[in-house]
Design a protein around this ligand. Structure first.
Ligand code: BTN
Length: 321
């Protein structure tokens, strides 16, 4: 992509000007074509200075989410091949599932500035205010048995937690199986959906919502939800978090698919667990039980000591303390 190549050039020359002529020679296109792309980039939010005799210069390095930066972050990535960046969509999960129905789809990251019908687990809605958080879905075709799909949710949870910590310096925890917790409140939720045959996955969608810079929440979740800004007291750069997430997720995904190593993820999840070594309520459908959360096994199941004092593996449910 010409756009991403030009951004890379501007970034490498960041303290200097690079002339339109030089760019046009390297890219083998006309100077008018270069000028058009520079204008597109300005519209995407890049602050590019131009001087008649010197050429172009990227004034500021930091920028927010946009298609080009996400493409740069994904270049050479063999786990996530494509990115679709949208201003507004009903739900990125719904969009990703529609892509998943196409024949020979590629693994894709779908990300939107706002969702008009963001969906949470158990039919709940997910508040997805414009530019306030990271609303994204990963469409994948993992070569694992459908019965092991829950591993993917945990893998995503580990990658989100690690990415937030690395990009912000905050300290998140994981509430099995798919919430990221900050300061005892939920800062991120994951909604995994899939289409599968008995022994193979057609596609799997990991929908991830991270509350980043909002300070207010709908009344019904105000007590339970938080954002990075609420806890860290500053605005955070969403692009940095997404780029870290892509890097860490891809690393864990390769370990699982190519080396059958899920232990590295489990080790992280256990270390960062908000709900182990204590009594918890596990709700599955209408059934609520008080159990002792002991461990997470190699498949990502929660190991509990149940009401009868026996050890039991739990595959799904909502945990509360
Ligand atoms: C939860 O209830 O905890 C899961 C929330 C998942 C929200 C994300 S935001 C991006 C993706 N698109 C959706 O419609 N939902 C998920």
């Amino acid at each position: 992509m010409m756009r991403t190549e030009i951004i890379k050039m501007l970034q490498t020359h960041r303290h200097d000007y690079i002339s339109g002529e030089e760019i046009s020679k390297i890219m083998n296109v006309s100077r008018t074509a270069v000028w058009k792309i520079i204008n597109q980039l300005r519209q995407e939010g890049y602050d590019i200075e131009s001087s008649p005799h010197k050429g172009y210069r990227l004034v500021s390095q930091s920028c927010d989410l946009n298609q080009s930066e996400l493409e740069i972050a994904l270049s050479g990535n063999d786990v996530i091949k494509r990115v679709v960046y949208l201003q507004s969509i009903d739900s990125t999960n719904k969009y990703a599932k529609e892509l998943g129905h196409q024949e020979n789809f590629e693994s894709t990251l779908v990300i939107a500035e706002t969702q008009t019908l963001g969906r949470g687990r158990l039919g709940r809605t997910w508040a997805s205010g414009e530019k306030q958080g990271i609303w994204m879905s990963l469409l994948l075709k993992p070569t694992i048995q459908p019965t092991l799909a829950a591993r993917m949710t945990l893998l995503a949870a580990a990658a989100v937690s690690e990415a937030i910590d690395a990009a912000t310096g905050l300290c998140t925890f994981i509430k099995w199986p798919n919430d990221i917790i900050l300061d005892d409140k939920k800062v991120c939720g994951i909604l995994t959906e899939m289409s599968a045959e008995l022994n193979h996955i057609n596609y799997l969608v990991l929908g991830i919502g991270i509350n980043v810079n909002q300070i207010e929440f709908p009344a019904e979740i105000q007590e339970k939800a938080t954002s990075l800004k609420n806890v860290g007291g500053q605005d955070y750069n969403r692009l940095e978090i997404v780029v870290k997430f892509i890097e860490i997720f891809s690393k864990y995904y390769r370990l699982l698919i190519e080396e059958n190593d899920f232990g590295t993820v489990i080790e992280y999840v256990v270390r960062k667990s908000a709900t182990l070594d204590r009594e918890v309520d596990v709700t599955a459908g209408a059934n609520k039980r008080r159990v002792f959360a002991k461990d997470i096994d190699e498949n990502g199941n929660l190991i509990v000591i149940n009401e009868s004092g026996e050890e039991e593996a739990i595959f799904y449910g909502e945990v509360s303390v």
